[in-house]
Write a protein that binds this ligand. Structure first.
Ligand code: CTP
Length: 208
């Protein structure tokens, strides 16, 4: 199968030397990409900036901003049997990017942000029959309610939710624990394990 995976954070530029980003390291997405290659799938990995080694035997597309990620995803999604969006895409970006470096002054500086495009929701709107769409949800409260809401709102087949209020898993860690909710109404818990093992379990669940 042809699988498109997104991973890592995005960077939204403020000026020539500054940007807004988040704590995503890309580890979960890269682990899924590696497990998918291992399982014999044809993999495209679209990644925001990370410090990880580029996995082998797949097509790697580096991007920086949410807009760049959206453009690449739109190029590759139509030909993909499954799209797994692990990327922590910025929800907001600065309205203006200063061409040089912003100099400090005595007054407060107001940074005006605008919404970015919701890439996954866009894919949900044009989803082909038999295409599998998988989203990720990092939640600190009411995990089940918010995850199920995203599953429905974005027209996904699966949403993989993790609880970011726990410090031994998720962001930056080599381990994770997730609950997967499906459009069919099932929910499956994948308990605390290495991201490599979680990735393998996830792929088995999605393609079973
Ligand atoms: N996503 C996306 N495009 C965006 C933002 C998120 O495709 N601009 C995808 C992520 O890759 C992930 C899922 O949507 O698979 C996360 O959903 P989202 O509603 O954006 O999560 P949060 O940002 O955590 O949302 P909220 O602030 O509502 O909790």
């Amino acid at each position: 199968m042809k699988i498109l995976i997104t991973a890592g954070p995005t960077r939204e530029r403020i000026d020539a030397v500054r940007f807004i980003t988040n704590r995503s390291t890309g580890k979960m997405g890269y682990a899924i990409a590696e497990a998918a290659v291992e399982a014999g799938h044809e993999v495209t990995l679209i990644s925001g900036p990370t410090s990880l080694n580029i996995p082998q035997h797949l097509m790697f597309i580096p991007v920086e901003s949410a807009a760049e990620m959206a453009e690449s995803v739109k190029e590759y999604a139509p030909e993909s049997d499954a799209v797994i969006m692990t990327a922590a895409v910025a929800d907001y970006r600065p309205v203006e990017i200063a061409p040089g470096k912003i100099k400090k002054g005595d007054n407060d500086l107001l940074l005006r942000l605008e919404r970015t495009e919701d890439i996954l929701a866009g894919l949900g709107k044009v989803k082909k029959k038999n295409q599998i769409l998988v989203g990720f949800a990092a939640e600190s409260d009411d995990l089940e309610i918010y995850a199920k809401d995203k599953l429905k709102r974005k027209n996904l087949d699966y949403i993989v939710a993790n609880d970011i209020s726990q410090t031994d898993r998720g962001f930056g860690s080599d381990n994770n624990a997730v609950i997967v909710f499906s459009a069919a109404g099932e929910h499956t818990e994948i308990p605390l394990d290495s991201k490599k093992n979680i990735a393998e379990s996830l792929l088995k669940l999605i393609f079973s």
